[in-house]
Design a protein. Structure first.
Ligand SMILES: [Zn+2]
Length: 421
């Protein structure tokens, strides 16, 4: 008879995002008798992972039904995450979010040996997400991403019915970095004084142009006049600046080195093409918040097998989706609550943040119910093994994609290296 307690404790370890090794050590150190890591792995594979997959799929279906009921096309945000440190990432995941509800609609995990190399994981992940939504007959009107070049080319060539737009924060950050570097060059220090307002200008161009690419472009390039204290004669769509009279600033002289260098950044060929596609329908910053949640369920420094990794990103999505639209918390007197922090880079300037009401974990009850159901139906390992033995698409383990030298040779090498005197 398989003990229930083991299963419930193993479930609690995984569902809370804990490291099983540490959790089992913790119990042992405290003198609480516990199962072995091996048993944990069996329970994880046979009951816990299938329960997570089941609950995620069910919640996902509910989201799809909700969207189809409303009968309008969704505006999607998409972003990739490297799931292991360094450039030789083993996994990449791609997530797409409904920008209207900020809920994660789909996540796809790609292992690097499924594609040419890790750079190709991002596009592959996106393709799988779009494929899934297409299969579920979800209409997509817009997709907002960063400016990954393969994604750009793919959307243009293969998904022309979806309006592809770029996340403003990514573009603004890129420009800011270039200006910051530029301001360190000789005779270009003035650019540094303008870097913040130029990158803010990008947000304004996107927000005030209703997706009119040519208008965004004229507004953007007008910054080259503005910094020289010229505020009209910009172009046909945007003839003059909309601001009122301006105080004296550190104007940049047209034709000076600082100006010419700034011009090469502002008129960068790629930037001028891409800036027309700046998003006004929503941004992907909420996806970055989701990626932080993924990190807490699947820390980058810990190694996971494909199935475990996938289960942990589903857990992250269940947690995120339940908690993403929490309202702001209020004091007993009914006042909205804020917290204020003083980040190092802000030089003493405070940053206020809304305090949300406490997180909820209702999805845990659903997961536990699913575990109990699975265990009731498959009350032995062998039954459970037969039940999950359905054909499923799993990438080959990374270690098997390159031929390994015999273990004996590797040990021999190690021994000689330490005994070579
Ligand atoms: Zn101006």
């Amino acid at each position: 008879m398989m003990p229930w307690g083991n299963l419930i404790v193993a479930a609690a370890i995984l569902f809370s995002g804990c490291s099983p090794v540490k959790a089992i050590n913790f119990l042992n150190f405290a003198g609480i008798r516990c199962f072995s890591y091996r048993t944990y792995n069996a329970l994880q594979q046979l009951y816990l992972v299938p329960a997570i997959e089941q609950v995620w799929q069910q919640k996902q279906q509910e989201m799809f039904e909700e969207i189809k009921k409303k009968d309008h096309a969704v505006k999607l945000g998409g972003d990739a995450r490297c799931c292991s440190p360094g450039h030789t990432a083993k996994f990449g995941s791609y997530s797409v979010m409904d920008l209207n509800t900020s809920k994660v609609l789909d996540i796809q995990l790609v292992q690097s040996n499924e594609v040419q190399n890790s750079y190709h994981m991002e596009l592959e992940g996106l393709k799988r997400c779009l494929g899934k939504l297409h299969q579920e007959e979800i209409q997509i009107s817009h997709l907002v991403t960063d400016r990954h070049s393969q994604v750009k080319a793919y959307m243009k060539r293969d998904q022309p019915q979806i309006v592809h737009m770029f996340d403003v924060w990514h573009v603004a950050k890129g420009v800011y970095k270039k200006l910051e570097t530029l301001s360190k060059k000789k005779n270009c220090e003035l650019v540094g004084a303008w870097a913040h307002s130029i990158s803010n200008h990008i947000y304004w161009c996107a927000a005030s142009s209703d997706g009119n690419g040519e208008l965004i472009l004229e507004k953007w390039v007008s910054i080259l006049n503005h910094v020289t204290d010229v505020h009209e004669g910009h172009g046909e769509l945007y003839p003059r600046c909309l601001h009122g009279p301006v105080d004296d600033r550190q104007w940049i002289r047209r034709g000076s080195k600082a100006f010419l260098e700034l011009e090469t950044v502002v008129r960068g060929r790629m930037l001028l093409t891409d800036i027309k596609q700046l998003s006004h329908v929503g941004q992907t910053s909420c996806l970055e918040a989701f990626h932080k949640v993924v990190c807490s369920f699947a820390p980058k420094a810990v190694h996971f097998f494909y199935i475990q990794m996938q289960a942990r990103i589903y857990l992250a999505a269940l947690h995120f989706n339940e908690n993403v639209s929490r309202p702001q918390s209020r004091t007993r007197e009914g006042e909205k609550q804020y917290s204020v922090s003083y980040p190092k880079g802000r030089h003493g300037e405070g940053v206020a943040k809304e305090v949300k009401v406490d997180q909820t974990f209702n999805y845990i009850s659903d997961l536990m119910d699913a575990v109990v159901d699975l265990r009731t139906v498959n009350d032995s390992y062998s039954k459970a093994r037969d039940a999950i033995n359905l054909p499923r698409r799993l990438p080959e383990p990374l270690s098997q994609s390159t031929p390994k030298p015999p273990k004996h040779d590797t040990i021999q090498k190690h021994v000689t290296r330490f005994n070579d005197n």
